[in-house]
Ligand binder design. Structure first.
Ligand SMILES: [Zn+2]
Length: 288
């Protein structure tokens, strides 16, 4: 290459000395170009390395998260009661030891005594599906006060009218209710939406079934997509209530999705449960 340029330059009548200078300059330029190219490649390599580093960091974070998740799973597995496995429902039933606690756990594995009745039941001052006879909507005092605030906020903040349909139920009432559902639907189906006596949260005096005129005051899953149901889901925790039986968690709670069944647990617990999209069992496991 160099010789070819030299010949061409000489042919053009450029003195040999100048040709030498030109050629050395062009060589320097070539060298510079190749040095630049090398640098560019280096930079690219660094960039790729950095990108790899970032990817690795992300992977590390993911791994850490996975590790944490695994740890949590292990902790949950260590818990003596397996809430999440369907075949254990109604087996090895444990008697509830803290029936008066706002965080009492009543489910298909924890049962209330048939004599348990809260001592502080009151009639909340809210609209119900049964305007004249409100016998069905008694709640424990703290839960009742918060229900009043919840219903008031729905009306005041969003112009939505919530209606209380069913609150405290005695052990005896639950027996007749469950038996009626079994005779109508069979045991398997009845178990997806009705609790056996002693296993109903309604016996705690901390649960209320809520509905609205938009679903003809019925307790149906469509309530979850009405403005009232959506508002309830997004705001109940501010007043200490949670939607107890979440959509997609049926295998864990043992119940179908019930957007109407709210359970009082106190504002702090309700907020944490809501923000993490937990079910009550999960919250209690993490706190124990
Ligand atoms: Zn209910």
């Amino acid at each position: 290459m160099k010789c070819m340029y030299k010949r061409k330059l000489v042919k053009l009548g450029i003195p040999l000395g100048v040709v030498g200078i030109i050629l050395s300059m062009s060589l320097t330029q070539n060298m510079t170009t190749s040095a630049l190219k090398q640098e560019e490649t280096k930079e690219k390599e660094i960039y790729v390395a950095k990108a790899d580093e970032v990817t690795n960091t992300v992977n590390d974070n993911q791994r850490d998260e996975e590790k944490t998740e695994q740890k949590q799973e292990q902790v949950e597995e260590k818990h003596p009661i397996n809430y999440v496995s369907k075949p254990t429902f109604y087996q090895n039933v444990i008697a509830v030891s803290n029936p008066d606690s706002m965080l009492v756990l009543v489910n298909k594995n924890y049962a209330l005594n048939e004599d348990y009745e809260p001592s502080d039941l009151v009639l909340p001052n809210v609209l119900s599906t049964d305007y004249n006879q409100n016998q069905n909507i008694y709640l424990r005092k703290e839960a009742a006060i918060h229900l009043e605030q919840l219903f008031y906020a729905a009306q005041n903040e969003a112009g939505l009218t919530l209606l209380a349909r069913s609150g405290y139920r005695s052990y005896q009432t639950q027996i007749s209710l469950y038996d009626r559902y079994v005779s109508q639907n069979g045991t398997e189906k009845a178990d997806t939406f009705s609790a056996r006596a002693g296993h109903s949260e309604h016996q705690t005096g901390l649960a209320m079934d809520v509905t609205a005129d938009s679903v003809n005051r019925q307790l149906v899953t469509d309530f979850g997509i009405t403005p009232e149901g959506i508002w309830l889901k997004e705001n109940a925790h501010r007043f200490g209530y949670i939607i107890r039986y979440l959509e997609g968690r049926e295998d864990e709670t043992g119940y179908q999705y019930e957007p109407w069944h709210i359970r009082y647990v106190g504002v702090e617990a309700a907020t944490e449960i809501y923000e993490n999209n937990w079910i009550l069992e999960q919250y209690l496991n993490k706190k124990s």
